[in-house]
Design a binder for this molecule. Structure first.
Ligand SMILES: NC(=O)c1ccc[n+]([C@@H]2O[C@H](COP(=O)([O-])OP(=O)(O)OC[C@H]3O[C@@H](n4cnc5c(N)ncnc54)[C@H](O)[C@@H]3O)[C@@H](O)[C@H]2O)c1
Length: 375
């Protein structure tokens, strides 16, 4: 069997936390040649350019994405700013990696998916948790029918409120920066991936905003989905846990019940606890924000992975390197597709719409209708 080797000319738009991680791994990946970077903030971009010995830096994504060296693009801008660079990269025919959510406007998300499909390019979305060994093991058991036909699923996500504080500080445009759209999307993607083949039919959800309403978002959204085959699925998230909660970022539990068995996933990170007099930092801490002292930490609760010797180890490393393998050699990988990303956005917004109306919402739901009522 001959394996193709296509040298990658890589553009990264957005040099913040995640853009930096992916750029550092690109520099260490043998199939990546030319690297170009873009960020609106010159200081952040120039620092990364120096740290990874990038070949090019600009503050204008158009200048980067139209360079002849570029064959692949990573969109790592903040949630509200994926649309413009993604559309241009699709037009240029690049292999694409887009951070979640695909967009924060359902109409823009539909346009991105249509542009990707029209261009016939390979595009994936950053649902990093798919690259964890435990979830891959569960996926394999489900795929090979080890618990029979799945009929009941329950998903619960708990998050430290430092994430919504950091997310809402980045923009005044917060109408769709809800717990489901920004963060619940990870556990929704995981649940839908594990339930592959099932089609959502309707959802009834409720939300509360007693803690975080003041910063323009909600605390929690709990919903019950029905699938076209009758499967019921409870999907709930709260991202309003206090800053002192030992989970630095994210913890989930998923129970999957089938006709022949059950799989019960405990992924709260309570199996690795550190308590210390030394104050611990947060997972995502915005500039100028002083969090209350945390003395207890569930280690490994930072979703991208963990630092050792100045390097990140864990799912985001696996996910990023697997993408470089995918586009360098054509290897199969479990990345979420752009169609998965679009579906996830519509489902998270359908939960917000149901909560807003106080009524069940039937799917499929029209992106125009979602934005008219939610934005
Ligand atoms: N997969 C995961 O586990 C995971 C984890 C964290 C964040 N994310 C996602 O990754 C994305 C980036 O998050 P982050 O934490 O790195 O944010 P960040 O704020 O650290 O970085 C975003 C950068 O994009 C830049 N930017 C914004 N608009 C731009 C534009 N038009 N042109 C050039 N640069 C622009 C900003 O200046 C900033 O430096 C978000 O979509 C986020 O939801 C994914």
């Amino acid at each position: 069997m001959s394996i193709r080797r296509k040298e990658i000319g890589l553009a990264i738009v957005g040099c913040g936390t995640v853009g930096r991680i992916r750029a550092e791994l690109a520099r260490a990946y043998p199939g990546v040649g030319w690297i170009g970077l873009c960020d609106l903030k010159t200081d952040i971009g120039r620092k990364l350019e120096k740290d990874v010995s990038a070949d090019f830096f600009t503050t204008d994504y158009k200048e980067l994405l139209t360079r002849p060296e570029v064959t692949a693009t990573i969109i790592a801008t903040d949630e509200n700013f994926h649309f413009d660079p993604t559309m241009l990269a699709a037009k240029q025919g690049h292999d694409l990696f887009i951070e979640k959510p695909l967009a924060t406007d359902a109409r823009q998300s539909a346009m991105i998916l249509a542009a990707i499909e029209a261009a016939g390019i390979d595009a994936v979305v950053g649902y990093t948790q798919r690259f964890r060994r435990r979830f891959l093991a569960v996926k394999e058991k489900l795929k090979t029918g080890q618990i029979g036909e799945v009929h009941s699923v329950v998903t619960r996500a708990f998050m430290n409120r430092m994430v919504p504080i950091a997310t809402t500080r980045r923009t005044q445009d917060r109408a769709t920066l809800t717990p489901m759209v920004v963060s619940g999307t990870h556990s929704l993607d995981m649940s839908m991936w594990l339930m592959e083949g099932k089609t959502p039919k309707s959802v009834f959800a409720q939300s509360t905003d007693v803690c975080l309403g003041g910063i323009g978002t909600k605390d929690s959204t709990f919903g019950v989905w029905t699938m076209t085959d009758g499967t019921i699925w409870s999907m709930s998230i709260s991202w309003a846990l206090p800053e002192v909660w030992p989970g630095a970022v994210y913890g989930i539990e998923i129970g999957i019940v089938g006709t022949e068995g059950v799989i019960d996933i405990e992924d709260t990170h309570r199996d690795l606890v550190m308590a210390t007099n030394v104050v611990q930092g947060g997972g995502y801490v915005p500039d100028g924000y002083v969090a209350p002292a945390r003395h207890v930490d569930f280690l490994t609760s930072y979703p991208p992975g963990d630092l050792h010797d100045g390097q990140l180890w864990g799912p985001m490393r696996e996910e990023t390197n697997a993408w470089y393998q995918r586009i360098h050699t054509g290897q199969r990988t479990p990345h979420a597709t752009a169609a998965d990303g679009h579906r996830n956005l519509l489902m998270t917004m359908a939960m917000d719409l149901s909560a807003k109306r106080g009524q069940p919402v039937e799917l499929p739901v029209d992106p125009e209708e979602l934005m008219r009522e939610l934005a």
